[in-house]
Design a binder for this molecule. Structure first.
Ligand code: KIV
Ligand code: ZN
Length: 432
């Protein structure tokens, strides 16, 4: 029976630090089928979308953004199939996105009619550049636009009382907008929806384009969290992108600052440099001893579905999933890893040097952890001989044999498989 073992952490010298730590997993929303999909060379067809939807459910996502049905026939049909074929489990809520236009809102509501519970996602860009250059609207006009369409949605959904309706409002470009403007507009949405114990609302703060360090975003989130009206009835969500390569850090900082929910995509697919990588964030929590509530115990299978759905390869150095992320070539690392494995007991902390997590937690094997090329040393070579060939070398022989391996790999400039290391050992010492 495989058991989770955490890497030991070091206490900081003063108990005031760190001032905050994440203590529970957020609510997750996968936007693979919407934000992820809109960034693909070839957007997914209905079949591919349904397949990915089923996988997201299997992984444990309880909220899944399924598309933009008023803007795309494929999305409309896919959403209808989800509902008509009763493919949405009772504990999963689909989310559908639409712009602030009455006809689009009507079409969106039609697309999900008959569902048990739905999140309708309204969004509009609010930052000064967009107000001035794109829409030519004043702050008052943007606020009225939001208020009007939230009221319109509220009236529309009242025609479908058998469905539980949740509003998500996203002030797109939030991270580039004045905070008082964001607050005014989000509060208008909260009031016009009449959020309360039986009328849920999600306020979703995006870094539509990442432009600042994660602590700045966290301060913006905290400022909002402390001032939003009816805060106890608001689920505060974040939607980081990754333009500066800090999407995961933004989400982690935002969770420390009061966010309760995180939106992103598997392996960071999404517009430009991607959306927040849900897998990395979830597994970062996992390594801190917080179960994310998502199942990545067979990460290779998740990677296969994601690669098939997006037709994009995952980088070999991608955290947790990349082919090379649990591999050591260098001699000193191999030596430390070999000693770590020898000392590791089943009940103790996970304490194998250079491996921040037990690869078996992710369904990975130990096969590729030590690989041999010209950088490798005696520890790694001895480890492979012992693990894969049952040969335990005394220290002097380890030194001698590793020199032979190094000469060969230096000359060939290639890697030797464990099998080849075994053959070389036999031909060097045992062949007649
Ligand atoms: O990145 C963004 O701002 C979005 C919103 C629609 C939430 O995708
Ligand atoms: Zn986005």
């Amino acid at each position: 029976e495989h058991k989770y073992r955490r890497f030991p952490t070091i206490d900081l010298p003063d108990r005031r630090w760190p001032s905050r730590t994440i203590i529970e997993a957020p609510v997750w929303l996968s936007t693979d089928l919407r934000d992820g999909n809109q960034a693909l060379f070839e957007p997914m067809n209905s079949e591919r979308k349904l397949h990915l939807f089923d996988e997201l459910v299997r992984l444990g996502f309880k909220e899944i953004e399924v598309g933009f049905p008023a803007a795309s026939r494929t999305d409309f049909d896919m959403v209808r199939r989800l509902i008509d074929e009763q493919r949405v489990p009772s504990d999963v809520t689909p989310m559908v996105m639409t712009q602030l236009r009455e006809d689009l809102i009507e079409e969106t509501v039609r697309s999900v009619a008959g569902a048990r519970r739905v999140i309708v996602h309204l969004y509009n860009a609010i930052a000064p550049v967009w107000r001035r250059v794109v829409f030519g609207l004043s702050v008052d006009e943007v606020e009225q636009l939001v208020a009007h369409h939230v009221r319109f949605l509220r009236e529309k959904v009242s025609e479908y009382p058998q469905t539980e309706w949740v509003l998500q409002y996203s002030p797109e470009t939030f991270c580039m907008a004045e905070l008082d403007v964001s607050l005014r507009i989000c509060n208008a949405a909260i009031r016009c929806w009449d959020a309360g114990p039986s009328r849920s609302i999600i306020i979703n703060l995006p870094t539509t384009v990442e432009v600042a360090t994660p602590n700045v975003f966290a301060d913006q989130v905290e400022w909002m969290s402390q001032r939003l009206e009816r805060r106890e009835h608001v689920v505060l969500s974040v939607h980081p992108h990754n333009d500066r390569g800090t999407g995961v850090a933004c989400a982690e900082q935002a969770l420390l600052a009061g966010a309760q929910r995180v939106e992103g995509c598997l392996f960071g697919n999404g517009e430009r440099s991607g959306n927040l990588d849900l897998v990395t964030l979830a597994l970062n929590l996992y390594t801190q001893g917080i179960h994310p509530g998502l199942d990545f115990s067979d990460i290779a299978a998740v990677a296969r579905v994601a690669e098939q759905s997006t037709a994009l390869p995952i980088h070999p150095r991608h955290p947790y999933v990349g082919d090379l992320v649990f591999t050591a070539f260098s001699g000193s690392h191999q030596d430390a890893i070999a000693k770590g494995f020898a000392a590791q007991s089943a009940d103790d902390f996970w304490a194998v040097p250079y491996l921040p997590i037990d690869p078996r937690d992710l369904g990975r094997t130990y096969d590729s952890i030590v690989r041999v090329n010209s950088q490798s040393g005696k520890g790694g070579i001895a480890f492979l001989l012992c693990r894969d060939h049952g040969v335990k070398l005394p220290r002097r022989m380890q030194i001698e044999f590793s020199t032979i391996v190094q000469k060969l790999t230096d000359a060939s400039e290639t890697e030797l498989s464990s099998e080849e290391v075994g053959e070389l050992f036999v031909s060097t010492y045992l062949a007649p």
